[in-house]
Design a protein around this ligand. Structure first.
Ligand SMILES: Nc1ncnc2c1ncn2[C@@H]1O[C@H](COP(=O)(O)OP(=O)(O)OP(=O)(O)O)[C@@H](O)[C@H]1O
Ligand SMILES: [Mg+2]
Length: 278
C-alpha cells in the first residue's frame, strides 16, 4: 500500500548500538484511527525513534522573469520540516511565502536548489509523475477555498479519492468521515454557495486530508475568514495535528494563526530571517 510505504519513510530507527541501521518502521498513527505497530506505541520521550524530515529545501532560489527584469523571490532558502510540525511561514508582502509553498507543493520549480519531499527530489520528476506525487503526498488549502461550485461538499471531498482510483463506496464513506471530523456532518449535500466562508474552508481542509497526504500546505487559509471562523478552523487543524500528527505548513499574515503556531519561520526578501520554535 503506497500510503503505508510512505509512512514508513517518516521514521528511522536509531540508537547508540545500532546507529547504522537502515530499518524503518511504519508510523501508522498517520492513518486516522490506526495505530497498531508496536514501535508507534512507545512514548516519544522515552523511545529511540527519531523523527525524520518530511520537507527539506536546500539553497532554494527562485528568479522570475530572468530574461527581462529579474525578480529574486527566493534567495537560498534552507528549511527542514519534520512530521507533526504546525509551522507558519510569515513575512512582509512579497517576501516569498507563496513562492516557497508553491515549490514545496510541486506547483512551481526552483531556479536553483532542491526541494525534497519524503526523500523525493521534486525537480527530478516528470510532469506526469509530479502530478501523481502531489495527488498522493500533498494536501492543499488555498485562501480562496477553490472548491468546485457545482459539486456538493461530499463530492468535493470524494473527488480527490476518485482520482486516486478508490472505489465509490470507499470514497463516500471516507468523505463522510472526514466531513464529520471537520464538523460538517449536516452539510454534506450542500454546494459551496450554500456554505459560509468558514464552512467552505473546512470542506477544503477535509478535501486536503482525503488523499491521506504526508502534509498539508495552506496559503493564507484564514485571510477571508471572520474571527469566529478562524478560531474554529485553527482549533480543528490543531486537533488534527495533535491527534493524527498531521503536519501543517501555513503562509499567513494573520496574528491569530501566528500566535498558535508551534514554529514561526520569517522570510524577508526571499531569505529566512528568523526561525522560532515554541
Ligand atoms: N509569477 C510571477 N511572476 C513574476 N513575479 C512573481 C510571480 N509570482 C511572484 N512574483 C514576485 O515574487 C516575489 C515574491 O512573491 P510571493 O507571492 O511569493 O510573496 P508573498 O510573500 O507570498 O506575498 P504576499 O504576502 O503578498 O502573499 C514578489 O516580488 C512577487 O511580485
Ligand atoms: Mg502570498
Amino acid at each position: 500500500m503506497r500510503y503505508a510505504h510512505r509512512a514508513e519513510s517518516n521514521y528511522e530507527y536509531s540508537n547508540s548500538t545500532k546507529e547504522s541501521s537502515d530499518e524503518c518502521y511504519a508510523a501508522e498513527s498517520m492513518i486516522p484511527g490506526v495505530n497498531t505497530h508496536p514501535m508507534t506505541q512507545i512514548e516519544p520521550e522515552t523511545s529511540n525513534l527519531k523523527k525524520m524530515s518530511i520537507i527539506t529545501t536546500t539553497g532554494l532560489t527562485k528568479v522570475y522573469n530572468a530574461d527581462q527584469v529579474p525578480v529574486h523571490a527566493l534567495r537560498g532558502v534552507d528549511l527542514t520540516i519534520d512530521k507533526g510540525e504546525f509551522t507558519s511561514i510569515v513575512g512582509p508582502s512579497g517576501s516569498g511565502k507563496t513562492t516557497l509553498l508553491n515549490i514545496i507543493g510541486g506547483l512551481d520549480e526552483p531556479t536553483e536548489g532542491k526541494a525534497l519531499i519524503d526523500n523525493t527530489d521534486l525537480t527530478t520528476l516528470s510532469d506526469r509523475k509530479l502530478i501523481n506525487f502531489r495527488l498522493h503526498h500533498i494536501g492543499f488549502v488555498f485562501q480562496a477555498y477553490n472548491l468546485i461550485p457545482v459539486l456538493t461538499a461530499l463530492e468535493n471531498v470524494s473527488f480527490i479519492m476518485q482520482m486516486q482510483g478508490r472505489s465509490s463506496r470507499e470514497c463516500r464513506e471516507k468523505s463522510i468521515d472526514l466531513l464529520k471530523e471537520v464538523g460538517l456532518e449536516d452539510k454534506i449535500n450542500k454546494r459551496p454557495s450554500e456554505l459560509s466562508g468558514g464552512q467552505q474552508q473546512r470542506v477544503a481542509v477535509a478535501r486536503a486530508l482525503a488523499s491521506k497526504p504526508a502534509f498539508v500546505l495552506a496559503d493564507e487559509p484564514t485571510a477571508n475568514l471572520d474571527s469566529v471562523s478562524t478560531a474554529e478552523l485553527l482549533d480543528m487543524m490543531l486537533e488534527l495535528n495533535e491527534r493524527e500528527e498531521m503536519t501543517f505548513v501555513f503562509s499567513t499574515h494573520d496574528q491569530r494563526v501566528i500566535d498558535r503556531a508551534r514554529r514561526v519561520v520569517t522570510l524577508v526578501d526571499g531569505k529566512i530571517d528568523t526561525d522560532e520554535k515554541r
